[in-house]
Ligand binder design. Structure first.
Ligand SMILES: [Zn+2]
Length: 243
C-alpha cells in the first residue's frame, strides 16, 4: 500500500520515514475484565500521536461490536471519524470509528472497555489532528506532492464529552475556512537541457536539489522537536561537508 501521508510505498498506513516524525500526545494503559460468564482481565492501551492512533483494543467490523477481537491496531489519525459512547458488553464504552476512504476502503469500530478518560481522550484527538494536519501538509510539500489543505474535522458526538475551547470552536463551525495564505503552486523545475556539455552541470544540479531536500528534511525534524537546535546545526554542517 501507499503511505497516506507522503504517498511512498509502505507496509502500513504511515510509512517508516513519516513515523520518524511522530510525537506521542496522549497515552494510557489500563486493565478491564472482559468476556462472558468467565471474565478475564485483559490489558488495554491506546496512544495518540501527531500522526497515528494505535494501541490494543477490541476491534469489530460493525458498530454493535459483534465478534469483536482484542488486537493491536494502528491507523492514520486523520481517518478517525468519530468518538462516541455506546453500550458494549452491557456497559457504557467509548467507541472510536476509523474510516479509510482511499485505497482498500474500510470502516473499523474500536471499543475501549473500562476506559475512563473519555474527555481527555477526545480533546487529545482534536489537538493531535490539528498537529497531524499541519505535519502532513509540510511532509507533502517537502516531498513535492501536490497538497490540498487537510481538513480537521470535529470527531465527537459533542453531548457525550466535555470539550475544551479549541475543539468546541471547531464543533461550532464544522467546516473551518481554508487557511487564508493558500500556498502558491510550486513551479515545476525546468528540465535540464539534453546537450552533452551540460551533463556535468546537470549532475551538480541534482546534487544541489538533493542537498536542498536533505536540508528541508532536517528542518522538518527540527521544527517538530525531533532534533534540537544543536543537533540540527551539527547535521547541517555534516551535509555541507559532504556536498
Ligand atoms: Zn510516508
Amino acid at each position: 500500500m501507499k503511505c497516506l501521508i507522503c504517498g511512498s510505498d509502505s507496509s502500513s498506513e504511515v510509512c517508516n520515514k513519516c513515523i520518524r516524525l511522530e510525537k506521542i500526545i496522549y497515552q494510557k494503559e489500563w486493565v478491564s475484565k472482559e468476556g462472558g460468564l468467565i471474565k478475564k482481565s485483559e490489558d488495554f492501551r491506546v496512544a495518540i500521536s501527531n500522526l497515528r492512533i494505535s494501541g490494543r483494543v477490541s476491534i469489530a467490523d460493525n458498530p454493535k461490536g459483534s465478534n469483536a477481537r482484542l488486537d493491536n491496531f494502528s491507523h492514520y489519525l486523520m481517518n478517525v471519524r468519530e468518538c462516541s459512547q455506546v453500550t458494549y458488553g452491557g456497559k457504557k464504552t467509548l467507541m472510536v470509528t476509523v474510516e479509510n476512504k482511499g485505497e482498500g476502503a474500510y470502516t473499523r469500530y474500536c471499543f475501549l472497555p473500562g476506559f475512563d478518560e473519555g474527555d481527555q481522550f477526545v480533546n487529545a484527538i482534536f489537538d493531535a489532528k490539528t498537529k497531524a494536519a499541519s505535519l502532513t501538509e509540510r511532509i507533502r510539500q517537502s516531498s513535492g506532492m501536490a497538497s490540498t489543505p487537510v481538513e480537521v474535522t470535529q470527531t465527537v458526538a459533542s453531548s457525550d464529552f466535555r470539550l475544551n475551547a479549541a475543539a468546541q470552536a471547531a464543533a461550532a463551525s464544522p467546516r473551518p475556512a481554508a487557511p487564508a495564505a493558500a500556498q502558491a503552486p510550486t513551479p515545476t523545475p525546468a528540465a535540464a537541457p539534453a546537450s552533452s556539455d551540460t551533463v556535468a552541470l546537470a549532475g551538480i544540479a541534482t546534487d544541489i536539489s538533493e542537498f536542498e531536500t536533505k536540508i528541508k528534511k532536517l528542518k522538518v525534524l527540527r521544527d517538530n522537536g525531533i532534533l534540537s537546535e544543536e543537533e540540527y546545526e551539527a547535521e547541517k554542517k555534516k551535509l555541507v561537508s559532504i556536498f
